[in-house]
Design a protein around this ligand. Structure first.
Ligand code: AMP
Length: 209
């Protein structure tokens, strides 16, 4: 199954995608995770995108589209995928349609107040990308990832100024994708306000699993 995960930053797309991988047995492809790994590795891509990402703006369409096109050409993505954080603009969605046909776009619906609460408390593992929350989902040992033992940190773009910018960018550039996929008959709405387990239930129901 080929799925696109839509929704504002903080809707829980990454957390749900990690769970959906077990259900659907397809790879989780997150452009945000790919960019952050490139930044950590100080690769040419990482050096190019670091300042843009830290400020909460979007990386240019050309770079992002090329990255996803290459990733989707790999063997493990032939049977399906969960695309998390891509597409984020109409030109990205149009480009994607030229090289891959998604089965559904799942829209994780959540009010702004919940997004702010989640993002300001979000913690991420530097090594494997697992998500935690300072109040609602603490790791067993403070500062240490349960899954891989990596260091847990606050993303530069989860600071207040960048959160505000990312929500503004989402409204202007990404929210129009909801109408784009609805028109194509591909959109499924999932209420993302409750806790992760309930959202997984909503997701299964929406997909008829
Ligand atoms: P995320 O982890 O999905 O919140 O992405 C973190 C940051 O990576 C975003 O705020 C953007 O700066 C960049 N990014 C991720 N995906 C895309 C995309 N599809 N287009 C442009 N920039 C992206």
């Amino acid at each position: 199954m080929k799925l696109i995960f839509l929704g504002p930053p903080g809707a829980g797309k990454g957390t749900l995608a990690a769970k959906a991988v077990d259900i659907l047995k397809v790879p989780h492809i997150s452009t945000g995770v790919i960019f952050r790994s490139a930044i950590a590795a100080k690769s040419p891509l990482g050096l190019k995108v670091k300042a843009i990402i830290d400020s909460g703006k979007l990386v240019d369409d050309e770079t992002t589209i090329e990255l996803v096109k290459e990733r989707l050409a790999q063997g493990d993505a032939q049977k399906g995928y969960i695309l998390d954080g891509f597409p984020r603009t109409i030109p990205q969605a149009e480009a994607l349609a030229r090289f891959s046909s998604a089965d559904k776009a799942v829209n994780f619906d959540i009010p702004d107040s919940a997004v702010l609460e989640r993002l300001s408390g979000r913690r991420v593992c530097r090594k494997c990308g697992a998500n935690y929350h300072a109040v609602f989902n603490k790791p067993k040992t403070a500062g240490v990832c349960d899954a891989c033992g990596g260091e847990i940190y606050v993303r530069e773009d989860d600071r207040e100024e960048a959160i505000r910018k990312r929500l503004e960018v989402y409204r202007e550039q990404t929210a129009p994708l909801i109408g784009f996929y609805r028109k194509k008959g591909l959109l499924l709405d999932v209420d993302a306000s409750p806790g992760a387990d309930e959202v997984v239930g909503n997701f299964r129901k929406a997909l008829g699993l």
